[in-house]
Design a protein around this ligand. Structure first.
Ligand code: ADP
Length: 589
């Protein structure tokens, strides 16, 4: 890491590398161009001088044709031209110097001189070299005229050098171009470098785990667009990541608070995740304290799940994406449903559900249906019996007939009452929203019931004492509240006995609830029945209940009615001392 950091510190930034590479390529081209151009300029200058001297050679040839005194002719010619130091040489086809005005007498063969050689080959040639004869440096220009070489030469002195000097303007021009290019390129690469270093800053920030807060703005070009896209993509990805982790968090929370024991395992059987309930249920099922979730698979009850996993994990060409296997375990008075789900990647999950309550509920439901059927059967079959008697005995006396019809009527009333109670309980179970709410004055309601029951109470010499201080008013369902008090009154009248006293009392009130008691000082209920009197169809004395028209549903309706009003109910009784019900009702639902 340190090494990489070190390397990072020493390296040349990308923009500088880009700058220098482009700049050096440009410089290379410029230097090549300069060399080429320089050479061309030099050749051009030499050719220009060569043309002048070549012209002299031809003029000399012409003059030499017109006179015999070559010396005089040459002198005359030189006096006519600006170059007074012109050296003139005439060489015959064999290379022998026929004439030379340099003042030297001895000459060796001149055919080996490079300008002479060129003139022999191409009719003209020039050279800059030192003279083998005079030892001085000359610019020679030779022409082959009819096999004779006419050669003019100028001393390579500052004057000639001036003529041959290369025009350097183009060099200055190229230097200026290079300078301009340098600045333009540096600006361009600086901009690229700025974008890149911004992008790098951004990436470094992310790598160091800092969430970049500043809003990165990039130049308005393609690189800027790409960078902007990267930043936008990062933000989008970050958002998606956050959302995903929130979802995951929610999912984990859901597992933790789920009513189901849940654990996930890798294909190798290692635990990935488990909730508290899974461990608790596992302990109950295994009868020991399991150290880890995977230990549950080792207990004998899990045999079928073990075989299922063994058979299906790593099964080639599996078609179904998800495979399931479940087992029910009855342990320590509880029933558990353990379900194993095997996924395509061979990871699997185990879910444990405590279905004891469900089982109990479905058992109760079955029992309830049986009870309902049974309860309905009794009145229906007695109605049928009476009607049969009437039909099969046409000679029945009007009194007898009336007797049977009255029985039929009373049984059908019972049936209606039963169906009404069942329907109330059904609505309380399934459709509480069907009960509409209004303000119900309890004092008024109790008063009405008292009036309705006054005849029966009188007959049985029952007195009442109603104490409802503060005139309680409940925002609830009228018919349910009526049922609560009516059933309690009916029961007291039916079962408590004669000459008793019924006391209705609102003994306490808090901001949310009214606390009621409903007491009689009659026969009371034996201890073994007291806990069951709220059950549907439960009666202490079946015969007596039927005789007084009871359905066995009265107290169930009372309890559910209280619960509907967010209250609680309890009962206290001892035989001979009467029954007292305590219940609360919420003032406003
Ligand atoms: P029922 O339709 O039989 O009245 P309930 O659910 O109202 O059904 O009552 C259940 C049983 O509780 C009754 O059968 C009765 O034996 C007993 N019971 C209810 N109230 C009283 C009471 N005030 N005194 C004595 N027994 C009572």
């Amino acid at each position: 890491m340190v090494n990489i950091e070190g390397k990072k510190k020493n390296r040349i930034p990308f923009s500088q590398r880009l700058f220098w590479s482009i700049f050096f390529i440009f410089l290379g081209f410029t230097v090549c161009f300069l060399l080429f151009q320089y050479q061309r300029e030099r050749e051009f200058a030499q050719e220009k001088l060569n043309n002048v001297l070549s012209n002299y050679n031809y003029q000399l040839f012409r003059r030499s044709q017109q006179t015999d005194d070559l010396n005089q002719a040459v002198k005359q010619f030189i006096s006519d031209i600006p170059q007074k130091e012109l050296r003139v040489t005439i060489i015959d086809p064999s290379g022998k110097v026929l004439f030379d005005n340099s003042g030297i007498d001895e000459f060796n063969n001149h055919n080996d001189r490079s300008e002479v050689r060129k003139a022999r080959l191409y009719n003209e040639g020039f050279a800059i070299r030192s003279s083998a004869s005079t030892g001085e440096r000359y610019f020679y220009s030779a022409n082959n005229i009819g096999g004779y070489i006419f050669r003019s030469a100028l001393l390579y002195d500052p004057y000639v050098r001036g003529i041959l000097a290369v025009n350097k303007d183009f060099i200055y021009f190229m230097a200026l171009m290079t300078l301009i290019f340098f600045f333009v390129l540096s600006r361009f690469t600086f901009n690229i470098g700025r974008t890149i270093s911004k992008l790098r800053d951004f990436a470094l920030n992310i790598e160091n785990g800092q969430i970049p807060e500043i809003d990165y703005t990039f130049p308005n070009d393609e690189l800027g667009d790409i960078s902007q896209n990267i930043v936008t993509l990062y933000h989008r990805q970050q958002k998606a990541k956050n959302e995903l982790s929130m979802e995951r968090e929610k999912l984990i929370k859901h597992f933790q608070y789920s009513k189901e024991g849940f654990a996930m395992f890798t294909a190798e059987g290692k635990e990935l995740l488990s909730n508290i309930l899974f461990i608790q249920f596992s302990n109950v099922i295994s009868d020991t304290q399991l150290h880890q979730a995977e230990d549950l698979l080792d207990i004998p009850e899990m045999e079928s799940i073990r075989t299922f996993l063994k058979k299906n994990i790593n099964m080639p060409n599996r078609k179904k994406k998800v495979l399931r296997q479940s087992v029910t375990v009855d342990k320590n008075g509880k029933i558990f449903l353990i379900e194993c789900i095997l996924f395509l990647d061979n990871s699997y999950e185990l879910a444990i559900n405590d279905i004891s309550r469900q089982e109990e509920e479905s058992r109760m439901k079955r029992q309830l249906t049986q009870n309902v059927a049974h309860e309905l059967k009794t009145p229906v079959s007695s109605i049928q019996g009476y009607l049969e008697t009437i039909m099969t005995n046409p000679e029945l006396t009007p009194e007898k007939l009336r007797f049977f019809l009255e029985r039929c009527y009373s049984q059908s009333t019972r049936l209606t009452g039963l169906l009404r109670d069942i329907s109330v309980l059904n609505r309380l179970d399934e459709a509480t929203e069907m009960f509409d709410l209004s303000e119900v004055n309890i004092t008024k309601l109790v008063g009405e019931i008292q009036k309705e029951c006054s005849k029966e109470m009188e007959e049985r010499k029952i007195t009442t004492e109603v104490l409802l201080p503060g005139n309680p008013v409940i925002y609830g369902n009228y018919s349910l509240l009526y049922s609560i008090f009516r059933n309690l009154f009916d029961n007291a009248i039916a079962y408590a006995g004669e000459g008793i006293k019924i006391a209705v009392n609102c003994y306490h009130e808090d901001p949310k609830f009214y606390y009621f008691s409903f007491a009689d000082n009659g026969a009371g209920i034996a201890e073994e029945h007291i806990n069951r009197i709220f059950e549907r169809f439960y009666r202490v004395d079946k015969g007596r209940s039927r005789k007084v028209g009871g359905t066995g549903l009265g107290l169930s309706i009372v309890k559910n009615g209280v619960n509907f009003h967010k209250g609680q109910i309890s009962v206290k009784s001892s035989p001979g001392k009467g029954v007292t019900f305590f219940f609360t009702l919420k003032k406003k639902m």
